[in-house]
Write a protein that binds this ligand. Structure first.
Ligand SMILES: NC(=O)c1ccc[n+]([C@@H]2O[C@H](COP(=O)([O-])OP(=O)(O)OC[C@H]3O[C@@H](n4cnc5c(N)ncnc54)[C@H](OP(=O)(O)O)[C@@H]3O)[C@@H](O)[C@H]2O)c1
Ligand SMILES: [Zn+2]
Length: 362
C-alpha cells in the first residue's frame, strides 16, 4: 500500500455537471460565501493541485486569500501558503502564469523528463498519480486539495484516490457539449457517502466521503479474527479480535470471554499489551463485530478502549443490528478521526457463529 496524502477533491459545477462554459472568460459558478468556504479548505491543506490545462485556461493564483487564515497557518507552524502542484505531459506552461509568479509558496511541477523548462518551480520527473502522491507524501504533504480540471478529477476518482469530494452546485445549466465537464467517461468507484449538504445563498454544497475499501491483507486478518471467535465459551456473543502493527505483524489477539468471562474480544486483545505500547499509534484493530459503544459490565466500552489506546484504524465485519443495543461504535470512531472500514461481505460468517443468540439469524 502506498503512503499518500489525504486527498480532498473540490469543484464547482453547473446543474448539468459542467466546470465552465466554452467561452474565453471563466464562468462564475460560485458566490462570495462559497469562495470563503473554498478558502478555508485551501488553508487546511498542505498542497493544492491543478492540471496544466486549468493553469492555461484560468491562470489561477491558488493562494489562501484570508489574512486571518494565513495567520492561523503560521501560528500552527505551517508555511504561509500551501504548496502549489501541477501535472503536465506536454510541458506547455507559461513561466509568467500566476501559478509561478504570485506568492512565494513552494511550486512543484510533475512532468516527463526534459519537457518543462524556464519556470520558477521544482520540476519532478514523474508521472502516474500514485507515484506523484507518494512523492508528495515524502515531501511532507499530508492533506492535498485537488482543484481541477475535469481530466485531473477523472483520473483521481477512477483510480480510487479521492478521500473527500466537495461539490458546489450552481443553479443553472450550461448545456454546451464543448464546455469542460466535471469528469469524463470512466469506471468510477461506487462507494461515496453523502456526509453534509449546505446551502450558501443559491449554491448547494455537497460533501461526500469515499467509503474506504479493505485491502487483501485486511481481509486476511479479519478472517483470522472471525476464526478466533471459535475459542469463545458457549452461550457468549462470539467475537474475535486481532491487532496488527504498522508493518502488518500481529501483535495481539483476543476473543470474547478470553481472560475474564466478561471480557469482550477487543478488550481481551488490548489487555495483553502494555498500556501505551508505541506500536498502537499505527496499529489496526480487526474485530468480527462492530466495537461496542456502551456496556453495563465494564466501565469503558470497546470503542472507548480503542480511542484511549490511540489505535487509528479499525476493520470490522458485522454491524450489530439495533435489536440488541443501539451501537454507535463505528460512528463514534469516525467522528474522532479514526479510519473505520466495514466489510459486510464477511458479516454472514460472524452471524453463523452466533445463531445461538436469540434474534441472530443467518
Ligand atoms: N469549476 C471548477 O471548479 C473548475 C476548477 C478547475 C478547472 N476548471 C475548468 O476546467 C477546465 C480545465 O479542465 P481540463 O479537463 O481541460 O484540464 P485539467 O484537468 O486542468 O488539465 C489537464 C492537463 O493536465 C495534465 N495532466 C493531467 N493528468 C496528468 C498526468 N497524469 N500526468 C501528467 N500530466 C497530466 C495534462 O497537461 P498537458 O496538456 O500540459 O500535457 C492535461 O492535458 C478549464 O475550463 C477550467 O476553467 C473548473
Ligand atoms: Zn465491546
Amino acid at each position: 500500500m502506498i503512503q499518500r496524502p489525504h486527498v480532498l477533491l473540490s469543484a464547482a459545477v453547473s446543474l448539468d455537471g459542467y466546470l465552465d462554459d466554452a467561452s474565453d472568460t471563466r464562468l462564475v459558478l460560485s458566490n462570495e460565501e462559497d469562495w470563503a468556504r473554498v478558502d478555508g479548505l485551501r488553508a487546511a491543506s498542505d498542497a493544492i493541485l491543478v492540471g496544466a490545462n486549468t493553469i492555461r485556461a484560468d491562470n489561477p493564483r491558488l493562494l489562501v486569500r484570508s489574512p486571518e487564515l494565513v495567520a492561523k497557518r503560521v501560528a500552527e507552524g505551517s508555511p504561509e501558503q500551501p504548496v502549489k502542484v501541477t501535472l503536465t505531459r506536454s510541458g506547455s506552461l507559461d513561466p509568467a502564469a500566476q501559478f509561478f509568479t504570485v506568492g512565494d509558496a513552494e511550486k512543484l511541477v510533475y512532468a516527463p523528463p526534459g519537457v518543462v523548462t524556464g519556470v520558477k518551480a521544482t520540476v519532478v520527473e514523474l508521472s502516474g498519480l500514485r507515484e506523484v502522491l507518494a512523492d508528495l507524501h515524502a515531501r511532507g504533504v499530508r492533506r492535498l486539495m485537488v482543484e481541477g480540471g475535469g481530466a485531473v478529477h477523472t483520473q483521481f476518482l477512477t483510480e480510487g484516490l479521492v478521500d473527500e469530494l466537495h461539490l458546489a452546485v450552481a443553479p443553472f445549466f450550461v448545456g454546451d457539449p464543448n464546455a469542460p465537464r466535471f469528469v469524463g467517461p470512466g469506471a468510477f468507484p461506487r462507494g461515496l457517502t453523502l456526509v453534509e449538504s449546505t446551502r450558501l445563498g443559491d449554491i448547494a454544497v455537497l460533501e461526500y466521503h469515499a467509503t474506504p475499501e479493505p485491502s487483501d491483507v485486511d481481509i486476511r486478518h479479519l478472517r483470522e479474527a472471525i476464526a478466533l471467535a471459535e475459542n469463545c465459551p458457549p452461550r457468549t456473543f462470539r467475537v474475535g479480535a486481532v491487532i496488527t502493527a504498522a508493518d502488518g505483524e500481529v501483535i495481539t489477539t483476543g476473543f470474547s470471554g478470553d481472560g475474564d468471562p466478561a471480557n469482550h474480544a477487543e478488550e481481551a486483545a488490548l489487555a495483553k499489551l502494555e498500556p501505551g505500547d508505541p506500536r498502537l499509534a499505527e496499529a489496526t484493530m480487526y474485530t468480527s463485530l462492530e466495537p461496542c459503544s456502551s456496556r453495563t459490565s465494564h466501565p469503558r466500552s470497546c470503542t472507548q478502549l480503542i480511542l484511549d489506546a490511540g489505535i487509528p484504524r479499525v476493520v470490522f465485519a458485522w454491524r450489530e443490528p439495533s435489536v440488541f443495543v443501539d451501537c454507535v461504535g463505528a460512528e463514534t470512531l469516525e467522528a474522532a478521526g479514526r479510519r473505520v472500514i466495514e466489510v459486510p461481505a464477511l458479516a454472514a460468517d460472524v452471524r453463523r457463529a452466533n445463531t445461538h443468540i436469540p434474534g441472530v439469524h443467518l
